[in-house]
Design a protein around this ligand. Sequence first.
Ligand code: SF4
Ligand code: SF4
Length: 91
Amino acid sequence: MAHVVTAPCIGCKYTDCVVVCPMECFYGDEKQLYIDPDDCIDCGACAPECPVNAIYLDRDVPTRWAEYVQLNADRVKMLKPLPEAHITEKV
Ligand code: SF4
Ligand code: SF4
């Protein structure tokens, strides 16, 4: 299991979520952030920090955003080789 970033994140530039993650799980593109499902330890620290409630435990992702579970895994795979895509500090 892992936490997942969903649609409300699109366009957010606050990244309050990133600074509390002990595993540095977050990757970003021009659209939004994504969580690496392999590194996430489900500590839950990030979800309450997100002002727009974009982060859910994978099994709790609302049905309308179900595809975001796979999308986070797929996008992280693409972004991981790019150092600038690893978001570890508030921007
Ligand atoms: S705080 Fe929420 S909306 Fe903003 S970058 Fe983090 S997950 Fe996305
Ligand atoms: S649940 Fe914990 S480990 Fe997973 S992304 Fe959020 S803060 Fe990081």
